[in-house]
Design a protein around this ligand. Structure first.
Ligand SMILES: [Zn+2]
Ligand SMILES: [Zn+2]
Length: 551
């Protein structure tokens, strides 16, 4: 439900970065009380580079404010999935895999779900217990809970494999291509290339925007509602508009049109639709605040939290409606009944925003950091897994927006806020190299794996792979390197890892040695430095020391 769509002013065609995460990683225990902590799946108090995907050029990251799973997409169009496999939402039966570890994400290629060779995954969406993948040729695949038809297939049970949606926009006579999706608890929205919105799942609160809930008494004391397991076009004023972005709350939705107008519909408890009243809206309804004659006051970006809605206007000011706190303004007793800004970030030029279980994140222009510099802002009450990522020893919650000092200098260009875990994509730069990696160490040989010699005395340092920590002397590489490369450096195995294992149609195999990323001016890691660090902190270095001792 939390989508990482790029802000309108980010026009670079192929933007990629590394996956960072903070907050809870104990997927089966998240949100459940009384389960013991597991040191292997800790809460991360600040954003870490996810080592298992550190060599992946990620273009998008997607999770759910009401779920515990995540989908990462890369430049080659592959998907990487991990987290809790609720109702088989990761596309594998949950009975065999109740969760997929962040240490070993599942790599899924479009051809694995039956797409034609050459297809790329370009967009994804996560609901509470279902998931959506969008291909660059306009197809949509779904998996997970389908009790209300939220997977776009005949309602009932769950889908433990990815299935192509063939109804709605995909029908031959319609012939539209899907480009974007968003998912709530029990419904899904799909946006097509022509700016049309389709909905499927439960219409209990008008989420399907078809003008009705279909509420009726089925049996004694039991009320049922309409479900639509065949995608239907949303009705009302959006039919004549070009929609450019959609976002789902738990049971409500928001859409942005090409002319900067904002439409909302669905469940309206706590006035989450920002219309000044709590009445459910069964068709898309214009938000008057963004419909005035001054086009600068119109909207540029929309997002949705579980019970709240976010708009960034064309002046880059962020505003929210609904309930998003446990006390004070914005809580049950005092929800924001219309869209309101936060004085703390009133002066910030906000680019992107995302809302998780109780968290909110935004990126904004950092005037002090020079051209292109961004800062990341966080706020939220009652965060218990450090998912705000404010750092060790820092408060886990903050009712007012604050700058994330833990991401100072980090070039974040995508946000995905989950129920208890937060994800970011960051372009490689010097500051990124200083972020902790998760896990902080992995078992690796102590000496250069080519010559197995310790040449430190003669001044020859060994390079250490960013992902697997394996050391190589510059001169032992083939061809040898003359100097320490700048930026992140990956060993030949990690640099070619995914291309070697599962070649993508049309993907070029990188020739020769991996090149360091161009942007950072900082040198690659030296094995020597790492060894010193480990002696210092005493943790994580056991594997290496043990190997030395055996010789
Ligand atoms: Zn060597
Ligand atoms: Zn490696």
């Amino acid at each position: 439900m939390t989508d990482s769509a790029a802000a309108p002013d980010q026009t670079e065609k192929e933007k990629w970065g590394r996956v960072l995460l903070c907050g809870g990683t104990n997927w089966l225990a998240l949100g459940k009380k009384g389960l013991p902590a597991d040191p292997e799946y800790p809460d991360l108090p600040l954003p870490h580079t996810l080592r298992s995907l550190s060599n992946v050029k990620a273009t998008g990251v997607y999770t759910s404010h009401s779920g515990c799973h995540v989908i990462v997409l890369d430049v080659a169009g592959a998907a990487y999935l991990f987290g809790r496999n609720t109702s088989s939402c990761l596309g594998v039966p949950h009975t065999s895999r109740p969760f997929i570890s962040q240490y070993t994400p599942l790599r899924l290629l479009p051809t694995d779900v039956g797409a034609a060779p050459g297809t790329k995954f370009v967009y994804a969406a996560c609901g509470r217990a279902h998931s959506v993948l969008v291909g660059d040729e306009g197809s949509v695949w779904t998996a997970g809970l389908n009790a209300h038809g939220q997977c776009g297939h005949p309602a009932g049970g769950e889908m433990g494999t990815w299935k192509l949606i063939t109804g709605g926009w995909a029908r031959a006579k319609v012939g539209e291509k899907a480009v974007q999706a968003s998912a709530g608890v029990n419904f899904t929205l799909v946006l097509t290339e022509n700016g049309k919105v389709y909905a499927f799942g439960s219409g209990e609160h008008g989420q399907l925007a078809n003008g009705r809930t279909g509420e009726r008494i089925a049996q004694a004391n039991k009320t049922t509602y309409d479900i639509e397991d065949e995608p239907i076009p949303v009705r009302g004023p959006l039919e004549d508009k070009v929609t450019t972005q959609v976002a789902c709350g738990q049971q409500h939705a928001i859409a942005l049109t090409s002319d900067g107008l904002v439409y909302v519909w669905g469940f309206n408890g706590y006035c989450r639709l920002g219309l000044g009243h709590p009445k459910d809206m069964l068709i898309p309804t214009l938000v008057p605040q963004y419909a005035g004659p001054n086009v600068l006051m119109r909207a540029a970006f929309v997002a949705a939290g579980p019970t709240s809605t976010i708009v960034i206007d064309r002046q880059k000011m962020l505003q929210m409606a609904g309930k998003f706190k446990t006390s004070g303004a914005g809580s049950v007793g005092q929800p924001f009944s219309t869209f309101r800004y936060f004085p703390e970030i009133q002066g910030c030029k906000v680019l992107l925003a995302a809302a998780g279980g109780v968290t909110h994140f935004a990126t904004a222009v950092d005037e002090d950091a020079g051209p292109g510099g961004v800062m990341t802002i966080a706020w939220g009450q009652n965060a218990i897994n450090s998912e705000l990522g404010l750092g060790e020893g820092q408060p886990k919650s903050t009712p007012k927006p604050v700058r994330m000092e833990t991401l100072n200098g980090i070039d974040v260009f995508a946000l995905a806020a989950g129920q208890n875990t937060s994800f970011f994509l960051a372009r490689p730069n010097e500051a990124l190299l200083d972020l902790p990696r998760f896990p902080d160490a992995v078992p690796a040989p102590n000496l250069c794996v080519v010559c197995n010699e310790d040449r430190e005395a003669s001044g020859e340092e060994a390079l250490e792979c960013e992902k697997c920590d394996t050391p190589y002397h510059l001169g032992c590489l083939d061809p040898p390197l003359k100097s320490i490369p700048e930026g992140q450096w990956f060993c030949p195995k990690c640099a070619n890892e995914f291309e070697d294992v599962l070649p993508l149609p049309g993907a070029k195999k990188s020739a020769g040695l991996p090149k360091a990323d161009e942007e950072p001016k900082k040198k690659g890691r030296l094995a020597k430095r790492k060894a010193e660090d480990e002696e210092g902190d005493g943790g994580g270095g056991e594997a290496k020391k043990a190997k030395v001792a055996k010789k």
